[in-house]
Structures are given as structure tokens and as C-alpha cells.
Design a binder for this molecule. Sequence first.
Ligand code: PEP
Length: 250
Amino acid sequence: MKPFIAANWKLHKLPSEMDAWVKALHTALAGVDLERLELALCAPYTHLPALHEALRGGGVKLGAQDVSAHDQGAYTGEVSAAMLKDVGVHYVIVGHSERREYHREDDALVHAKVEAVLGSGLVPILCVGEKLGEREAGQAEAVTLQQLEAALAGLTIKTADGLVVAYEPVWAIGTGKTATDSDAQAMCGSVRGKLRELMPDLADDVRVLYGGSMKGDNAGGLLAQPDVNGGLVGSASLDAASLAEIAAAC
Ligand code: PEP
């Protein structure tokens, strides 16, 4: 399985900066064998058309950070999966902890969004993971697997590359605190175990990412774990050289 690195830019950068940024990325990636990994940039909605143009032919895929659960209708401010597909999006982050926390997205909404993404033929990057208090209470695995099961219940995933799961412990996101290699492996291994129950034929080939303060200097150890098939990278993905350093660690 090729390692998969997905950048999550969150609320950063401007659409007019896309050309220059993609050029900087290609320069930074000059020594990296892009055949060895898959790379995607998940950008704000406004950036997607310009980024799609800038990435054309370069082998880096386009991703969005959220999506509406609705296909169309009177839902002011929403963006549908079909709209994302139309501007060249391949991946959609769903259920990021910042959406769950600041926008009160619950399991039912995350499930509906995963369904909408699959329905348009796009690939969800489904985020699951525990908060610090839940880890301290010994609930990390139970919480994470419950989120995973709730998001996927009753849905049909047709191929292993039609789903990506990102295990993101909330206490590690944007904090500079990273899970140890063995904790990341244990949790990603548990995610894989649950996937084997839910989709036995595909589970071993579904990419399970680790996310939470992944940087160039810790990526190698995390990515060497058997059930860590890549990373969802926030802060370190804003800088082309830092993102390339993580790509080089694959
Ligand atoms: C994220 O936003 O999913 C993330 C992992 O952020 P960071 O790398 O900054 O912790």
C-alpha cells in the first residue's frame, strides 16, 4: 500500500497564492520520489478551482475540508459533494474534530456527510479520535471505534481506495503533542480491527492515517508502524518545505 499524506490547510492562505505555493511545493519535492506515495491538499472551498488549475498534471490530488450532507436545495451557505466533484475534488475530510467541536457535528451528521461523499463518487477522509479526558479515562479505543462504526453503519464501500480513515487524537491536533509511535500503532490497529468487522474483504487495504502534530522529525517513526498508512497533516502542511520533509519520510 502506498503511504498517503493529506494536507489540511484549515482556515489559511488565499486563493491568489495557489500558483506560487504549488510551485514552491514542486521545488521542495524535487528530491522526493512521488511514485512512492500519494499526496493530497485539502483546501478551503474558495481555493479549490485555482488549486485544481495549479495542480494539473503534477500528480498531487485535490481535497476539501468539509461538505454539505444535502445534495441540493434551500441550504444557504452549503456546498454539495457534486459541486466539489465538479471543480476537481477527489478527497473530502469528514468529521474533523474541529467540525465536531465548533460546529456541533454529531455522529448522525457525520454519517450523512460520508454518505453524500460516497454518493458522488468522491472519497471521504473520515476523522475519528478521542479527547484528552476520554484517553485519561481509558476510553480512547471505545470512543474512536464508536465514532467509526456510527459514521459507516449501513453504508457500502465498494473498493478499498474508496475510503480513508484518519485516527486523530484530539489532544494532539495543533498542540505539538504527538502520540507515541506505539500508541498510534495500537489505535490505528484497533481501527483496522473494526474495519475488518465492518468490511472484511476490504479492511486490510483501506488506508488508515495518523493525524496530530505530525512533523518532519516524527513522521518517520509514525509512518513505519504497520497500521499507519500515512498522515493527515495540519500545521506542518502550510509550509511547502515542511510538507515535503514529511513526504520524504514515507
Ligand atoms: C489536523 O488538522 O487534522 C491536524 C492533524 O493538525 P496538526 O497537524 O496541526 O496537529
